[in-house]
Design a protein around this ligand. Sequence first.
Ligand code: V47
Length: 378
Amino acid sequence: MHAFQTRAFQTYDPRLEPIAAKVMVQERLSVEDGLALYRSKDVLAVGWLANHVRERMHGDVTYFNVNRHINPTNVCVAACKLCAFGRKKGDPAGYTMALEEAWQTAASGYSEAVTEFHIVGGLHPDLPLEFFLDLVRGLKQRFPQVHVKAFTMVEIAFFARRAKLTIEETLLRLRAAGVDSMPGGGAEIFATRVRSIICDHKIDGQEWLDTARLAHRMGFKSNATMLYGHIENDEDRVDHLLKLRALQDETGGFQTFIPLAFHPENTPLDHLPVTTGLCDIRQVAVSRLLLDNFPHIKAYWQMMTPKIAQIALRFGADDLDGTVIEEKIYHDAGATTPQGMTRRELCRLIAEAGRTPIERDTLYRPVTRTEASFTVAV
Ligand code: V47
C-alpha cells in the first residue's frame, strides 16, 4: 500500500476487482478493462485506483507552469464542427496578427515572467510557413529564455502541404527557427467514423499519429489530447487512448496527456449537452489508468473549471495547466472560466487539494523564482 493513500481498495462493482489486482502489480490494462472503467457505476473506486497510480508516480506533487497562449490567427480553411474559434477568410470576425502584434502580445499583460509560449492557430489559407518561422524567430530574439511550445500536428502537416515540403523538412525548419516542443491539440478522436463528422477537413487520426511519431524520432517532445463528450462512444475513447499508448511505447516522446471536454456553445454541434462533472473526473481517472507509459496527466482548468480541476488532482491528474494568459479557443465556445489565473491562485487550489505545488518549465524541470526572474534547475 502506498504511503499517501492509506485506505484499502473497496468496490461494490465486481468488474473492478480484477482491474484493481492488475493495477496493484502494474500490469497493463486491456480494451475490456478500459470499457469496464468507463461503464462502472463505482466512480469513486475508479478514482481510487487512478489516485493510487498517480501517487505511486508523483507522490503528492502537483505541477503547474506559467505560460501565455498566443493564437496568431483564427482564420481557418477547416470549418470543423467541433470548433467555435475558426473563421473563414473574409469573415469580419476573422483576425490575423501582424508579427509585431504577436510579439507585443507575448510581452504584454502580465507581470510574472512566463516560461512557455503556447502557440496554436487556424489553418490560414494564405500565410506562408515563413510567417510562422519569422514569428518564432522574433519570439526567441526577444525572449530567449522562454520555451516555445508551438503548432499542433495538424498545423505542421498543413504547413508542409502548403510549402510543398515533407513533414521532416518542415519540422527541421521549425526547429531551426526556435520551436522547442509541440502541444497536444488536433488529436480529437482518432476513430474515422467520428472524425469524419466533427472535423472532416483535418488530417486523419493515422496522419496525426505519424506526424507525432516523426517529431518524436527527431527529438521533439509533445503532448497529446483527446476531445470527448460529443458523439464518440466508450469504444472510441478506449481506442484513442490505446493508440496513444502504443505510440508512446515506440517513441517515449509524449510528456503529458490532456483530456479536453467538448464545449458545444457557438459550434454547429450546439444541440449537444455539456459534459457533467463526474464525466470529466472519470475521464481523468481512466486516462491515468490506461496511459501507464505517460508521465503526466494534465487537468486543464480552463476547460473543466478550477473547481473540477482541483478534484481531478485526487483522481489521477498531477498537473494543473497553467496561468494561461488570454485563452481564446474555449472562451469562443462558451467557457465561463476566467481567461487567466495567477500563480498564487493556482497554488491555493493545489494546496487545498492536499498536494504540494511545484512550478515547472515545459520539460518538467523545477523553476525557482526571484522577484521577476526565474531559473530552471537542470
Ligand atoms: O485541438 C477546439 C479543442 C484543442 C473546442 O498541449 C475544443 O499543453 C472543446 O490542444 N470545445 C486546443 N474543445 C487546445 C489544446 C491544449 C490545451 C491545453 C494544453 C495543451 C497542451 C493543449 O482544443 C483543439 C481541440 O481539440 N477544441 N474547440 C470546443 N468547442
